[in-house]
Ligand binder design. Sequence first.
Ligand code: FEO
Length: 405
Amino acid sequence: MKTTEIKPGIFWVGAIDWAVRDFHGYVTPKGTTYNNYLIMDDRVTLVDTVKHDFTHVTLENIKTLTDPSKITDLVINHIEPDHASGIDKIMSLAPDALIHITGKGKKGLDRHFDTSQWKFRIVKTGDTLNTGKFNLLFIETPMLHWPDSMMTYVKEAKLLISQDAFGQHIATSSRFDDEFVECASQAELEDSVVDYYANILMPFGELIKAKITEIQKLGIDIDMIAPDHGVIWRKGPGGIIRKYLDLANGKSSLSVAVIYDTMWHSTELMTIPIMQGIKDEGVDCNVIKLRATPMSAAIKEFWKSRGCLIGSPTLNNILFPTVAEFLTHLRGLRPKNRMIGAFGSYGWGGGAVREAYEEFKRMKLEIFEPGSQVLYKPSHEDNIACYDFGRNFARKIKEYHAKFM
Ligand code: FEO
């Protein structure tokens, strides 16, 4: 058995998690990988560990190259448990290894492990490690996406090990982007990138743009980006950087996501003429029922479209719980550059649509008012009003979208 050499002397030694479907609440229908990398040189350097349950897998991969006790240096780019929870096992086998980590990373590790016997070197942007023929450069990336986060650039290999950034949650036997595209498709890969960005990195668009500019100013030459999840970008490192800039700038398609839930189908019935009105205005429309869709998939659909209409019945004078949950989750992701409106059915007092608009205002999104409401069940006249509501929203979306072109 041998593991993948991604650059001469640098090996992927990670693990593939084919089975994970719930990644701290983020639904991962395609599983994921925990990537880490071993640099075989005068000094033997492991960059990141893996999720604790998979430590035996990374150790088997390492053993195809060297005895784990020979590891002299351990770089911890990010302390979230999917990458750092295997560290105690690694350190038990290589107790003299020097751990290179940011100050905030060290503080986090101290809360998770007894680190008193471990040797640390606190690093910041610009600090380096010479392993023999390789020079590693550390680049802090605070809040991308945790305070401790950093990346490691291997100068002689033109390799950026980017931790979570540029990742995707895909379990695959393909280690590289071009391999994956050959056996699956470019569209599937791009969809996974958007899904990952929308659910993990959406709040950090401005930081991402600033960090990419900072890295470009460092003048480093990158011909491969190796993230800690999914495939390694060897064919298109420039492409994934451009894609991230597009995502950070809020680029989207001219389309509308109608995201709703329903009690006795009245709100659901409203989606039919609303969708038709949007479509007849020449704008694509995707209709997503929340109780039938994982939350993270609904978030991705929201982010892919320039506009969103939220549909909710009124329950006890407030939003339907699944819709409230979705909006709370969305607010935490701090979306920008999207237009949003609401519709829904009610029996007597109403309240869901009003609450939805209060939530939109907290999110500071571009708001389309007034919302559309139906008493009990849509009548023929209500269907016409819903159609007009969808059509008017689509007209506004076309105007709004043009500002981003
Ligand atoms: Fe893949 Fe932030 O952990």
